[in-house]
Design a protein around this ligand. Structure first.
Ligand SMILES: *Cc1c(COP(=O)(O)O)cnc(C)c1O
Length: 336
């Protein structure tokens, strides 16, 4: 199976499975799992935070972050396209009574600071209390510049707001910019990392922040039913992912460039409006191409793509090689 749907489909490699099966474990709800404790300590230091929490998913990490920064009746500012606004079932509002205040993302994925400023509510009983700005990097595969991150930090300092990063794919951003991860993480009060996307672990995300914040998040994680027991088996995979699968993300980025270029040579396919920064490729498809049908046919040949309505999103990852892309293009050309 050649699966272009997402980098979440990556399979744990043999070495990762071996480390998982040999991981020392304990009951993490009692704080007794040495592998979880080691991962949390190591990741806190590695990313320049006081503390870290290993959680089941990126969605849970974002939810815990928002609920730990905000109280009922507070609000967070984010993008219309933010994962933690659009794709997380409204969790912050449903479970925390925290109001999202989305604003349009700029074409580069950033949030315009002037527009953000206008969205901050005055201290007045009519309004929710604005507490937090949440950014996402990468967003739709796009990388936010370090300069923008510094500006966003200065902005939130000026307005006494917290700054959170949904960093599900923050390592893709660091690799694309060719900088140490701390160049990005240093600007934020809290940050999430998905271990189960391009980094290749089967399950797990990290939430990073100061001691007080992580203590609060730990309590909320238990409340949400996210306290895990012998989770060290998963933490071992996460540690392997962060120590072995980071620099190879550059291959995924190269493959995405190649994929976009090749798709663009197909009749009715246009990738030009969407410059590829990392491992996500968007393509516009002309109406006369029956992409639904094409995707069904591709599936019979072992290639999986989610068809879009006008366009498609394809994601490269460690289980997709250059030859797999060539195979896709060859079959697509025949089908067209
Ligand atoms: C995938 C993703 C999440 C959520 O992660 P899950 O582990 O799937 O819950 C959050 N934010 C972004 C930007 C993501 O891409």
């Amino acid at each position: 199976m050649i699966d272009f749907r997402s980098d979440t489909v990556t399979q744990p490699c043999q070495q990762m499975r071996l480390l998982m099966s040999n991981a020392e474990v304990g009951d993490d709800v009692y704080g007794d799992d040495p592998s979880v404790n080691a991962l949390e300590q190591w990741t806190a230091t590695r990313h320049g935070f006081e503390a870290s929490l290993f959680v089941s998913s990126g969605t849970q990490a974002n939810l815990l972050a928002i609920l730990s920064h905000c109280e009922r009746g507070d609000e967070y500012l984010c993008g219309q396209n933010a994962h933690n606004y659009r794709y997380e079932a409204g969790g912050a509002a449903v479970l925390g009574s925290v109001q999202p205040q989305p604003i349009e993302n700029e074409p580069d994925g950033s949030l315009c600071l002037t527009k953000l400023e206008k969205a901050i509510k005055p201290d007045d009983s009519h309004f929710a209390r604005t507490r937090l700005v949440s950014l996402e990097n990468t967003i739709g595969g796009k990388v936010l510049s370090l300069q923008y991150l510094a500006q966003a930090r200065a902005f939130t300092n000026k307005h006494q707001l917290m700054l959170h990063l949904d960093g599900a794919r923050v390592y893709n951003a660091a690799v694309a910019l060719n900088v140490d991860i701390k160049e990005i993480s240093q600007h934020f009060d809290s940050m999430t990392i998905c271990l189960s996307k391009g980094l290749g672990a089967p399950v797990g995300s990290l939430l990073l922040g100061n001691h007080e914040f992580i203590n609060k998040a730990r309590r909320l994680r238990k409340m949400l039913g996210g306290g895990m027991r012998q989770a060290g088996i998963l933490a071992a995979a996460g540690h392997y992912a962060l120590t072995h699968n980071v620099s190879r993300l550059a291959d995924d980025h190269d493959n995405a460039q190649y994929l976009a270029h090749q798709l663009n040579t197909l009749k009715g396919f246009n990738t030009e409006p969407y410059p590829v920064h990392t491992n996500i490729v968007f393509v516009d498809i002309e109406d006369n191409v029956d992409i639904q049908k094409i995707c069904e046919k591709l599936k019979t040949q072992g290639i999986v793509i989610t068809p879009g309505y006008q366009g498609m999103r394809l994601v490269t990852h460690k289980d997709i090689a250059r030859e797999d892309i060539d195979k896709l293009i060859l079959i697509l050309r025949e089908l067209l």
